[in-house]
Design a protein around this ligand. Structure first.
Ligand SMILES: Cc1cc2nc3c(=O)[nH]c(=O)nc-3n(C[C@H](O)[C@H](O)[C@H](O)COP(=O)(O)O)c2cc1C
Length: 205
């Protein structure tokens, strides 16, 4: 598929049919994820790959907010995914990397960071996973894990405290039109003309 088609066709898919995903496809998603850029080449990311019914069940039980359990809705659709990938960021990898002699931030002061690059880089890797799903003919959706479920998630999967899940990605064969569901589906996409400031704030095109 042409890259421009991958970009244009990528929409979040929140319901999947019961066909499995070839593990080789998931391998390619993860191979692409580690091609993402990272500050100082810190690569402070990790990915939890879940694809057995038992692991998926444990994931949903740990992360679903209590008030939504048993309710039909977008989460019911998401639970039909045969694969979940959880991208995790590791802040310490950045503080360690930037304390090295070529960077010299030996105080490990977080105020030096204009924005949390550990989350940014893991987000870039996540986009490569979403785009690879489209390129391979699959659907995927990135979604948040509620803050009050993070500890339960960590405990369930033995995730160390220095790794933070930035969200999770469902992957599978599409059972709905991409981008057709979700509370944000009716919002219009903002155009470049609305968001680009050329040369100065307010400058056109
Ligand atoms: C950081 C982030 C968090 C998101 N969280 C959720 C979520 O919790 N549930 C959900 O259904 N979609 C979630 N989405 C998907 C957005 O709703 C979606 O990207 C947006 O509506 C634009 O639609 P599109 O990605 O299909 O083009 C999230 C997307 C991002 C980037």
């Amino acid at each position: 598929m042409e890259f421009r088609d991958v970009v244009r066709r990528r929409r979040m898919v929140r319901k999947y049919d019961d066909r499995p995903v070839d593990p080789a496809v998931v391998d390619r998603m993860l191979e692409h994820a580690v091609r993402a850029p990272s500050a100082g080449f810190s690569q402070g990311w990790a990915f939890l790959r879940l694809d057995s019914p038992d692991d998926l069940d444990r994931f949903w039980r740990a992360t679903t907010p209590e008030e939504e359990e048993g309710m039909s809705g977008w989460l019911d659709g998401m639970r039909t995914a045969p694969v979940v990938i959880v991208p995790l960021s590791n802040k310490d990898a950045y503080l360690d990397r930037y304390a090295q002699p070529d960077k010299g931030w030996t105080d490990r002061d977080e105020a030096r960071w204009p924005v949390p690059y550990w989350h940014i880089d893991t987000g870039m890797a996540t986009l490569l996973i979403l785009q690879t799903a489209v390129d391979e003919g699959f659907g995927a959706c990135f979604f948040g894990i509620p803050p009050d479920r993070i500890d339960a998630f960590r405990e369930e999967f033995g995730v160390p405290r220095d790794h933070t899940p930035i969200g999770a990605i469902t992957v599978g064969h599409r059972a709905q039109d991409p981008g057709s569901a979700g509370s944000a589906a009716r919002r219009p996409r903002r155009t470049p003309a609305e968001v680009v400031h050329h040369g100065r704030w307010g400058g056109k095109g």
